[in-house]
Write a protein that binds this ligand. Structure first.
Ligand code: MN
Length: 351
């Protein structure tokens, strides 16, 4: 049985074809295994081009034609394109432009045109199916658990790197394949850099800690940020924490099918602006096989939220040379609202 997504793509094709080259899109469409190669989909044919590393397993597991390109990938694909009489090839929309052009040069066949593709694959991946939701929830469960375990490691003198290593180790112990991005653990002033790099600085009393973590579980990502405090927070920190927490809740309240996505980001930016803060990044993003994927929760996104999208809501306030506070949840859009997958308290955690 071919996957539903492949069937949906085939419905949109005539004499043209889709050539997929990115790993996550290919494995999304194949639904089983974790292969590398190129996937050609036409109205009636599906061919997976791969090399000897994957050929045997792919031939056994996949209900489609599998071709070993024997070190001559482009020649091999080109031959099949000619054989099938394909006149137009779509690439993935996000395939780097230069790669598309170099492919084009190689094929040199005047009978075939090449275009930056339909956004069909992105549209399919926007809405998660049942199986994907199970995997995303499991990824988030592991993420929640490593966060709880981390709290016991937050002690005077520990370094950012040591906490980051602890998290990475726990992901493996809990069955994850690794982190879904370069994990962020930042102390004090460094937390004002939204994506700062963890270093050797030692934890001292009265320090905020920004922790942005995510797990990769069977290819699916999770994402969560909490800002906690080691010691006794002062009034300024508590006041700003409350502003972030309140705007994050206000944004969550907008999450339901039918909400215009840009309205969420606009509301967050307007609310923070009234308090005198500028949010330099967008409010959130979709999460699935990729840690950052559509829908992007920004002021330019005119589309509407739909049931079974999985997104983050992550406003923050960053004060140079003092501290940064970000609170990020991973949420599933449900029938009439949302379900939070990152189940860690958002009241300030003081260690
Ligand atoms: Mn995020």
């Amino acid at each position: 049985m071919k996957s539903n997504s492949i069937l949906k793509i085939q419905k949109c094709l005539l004499n043209d074809a889709y050539l997929f080259t990115t790993k996550n899109n290919i494995n999304y469409l194949l639904e089983i295994g974790n292969f590398e190669g190129n996937l050609l989909i036409t109205k009636n044919d599906v061919i997976f081009f791969t090399d000897f590393r994957y050929f045997e397993e792919a031939s056994k597991e996949l209900p489609i034609e599998v071709v070993n390109f024997l070190g001559k990938k482009l020649e091999c694909i080109n031959m099949h394109i000619k054989r099938l009489g394909i006149t137009k090839i779509y690439f993935e929309k996000d395939l780097p432009y230069i790669q598309a052009i170099s492919n084009q040069k190689f094929f040199k066949s005047k009978a075939v045109s090449y275009e930056m593709g339909l956004s069909l694959i992105d549209e399919l991946r926007l809405i998660k199916n049942e199986n994907e939701i199970v995997l995303l929830k499991k990824s988030a469960d592991i993420n929640n658990e490593i966060f709880k375990r981390l709290l016991k490691e937050v002690k005077l003198g520990v370094t950012e790197i040591e906490l980051k290593c602890f998290l990475e180790n726990q992901i493996r112990k809990l069955g994850g394949e690794g982190s879904s991005f370069d994990l962020i653990v930042l102390f004090g002033k460094k937390s004002s850099m939204p994506h700062g790099i963890s270093g050797e600085s030692k934890l001292s009393y009265n320090t905020p800690i920004l922790i942005d973590i995510g797990v990769n579980y069977k290819g699916y990502a999770s994402d969560m940020t909490r800002t906690i405090y080691f010691g006794k927070p002062d009034k300024e920190f508590l006041d700003i924490y409350k502003i972030v927490k309140d705007v994050q809740k206000k944004a969550l309240d907008l999450v339901k099918p039918g909400t215009r996505i840009k309205d969420i980001d606009q509301m967050v930016k307007d609310t923070l602006a009234i308090k005198g803060y500028v949010l330099g990044h967008s409010t959130g993003h979709g999460v699935g096989l990729d840690i950052h994927e559509a829908p992007f929760i920004n002021v330019n996104n005119e589309s509407l939220l739909e049931k079974n999208m999985v997104i983050t809501i992550e406003p923050g306030i960053y004060i140079n040379n003092k501290f940064g506070i970000r609170i990020e949840d991973l949420v599933l859009v449900t029938n009439n609202g949302y379900e939070i997958l990152s189940n860690i308290d958002k009241e300030l955690i003081v260690v």
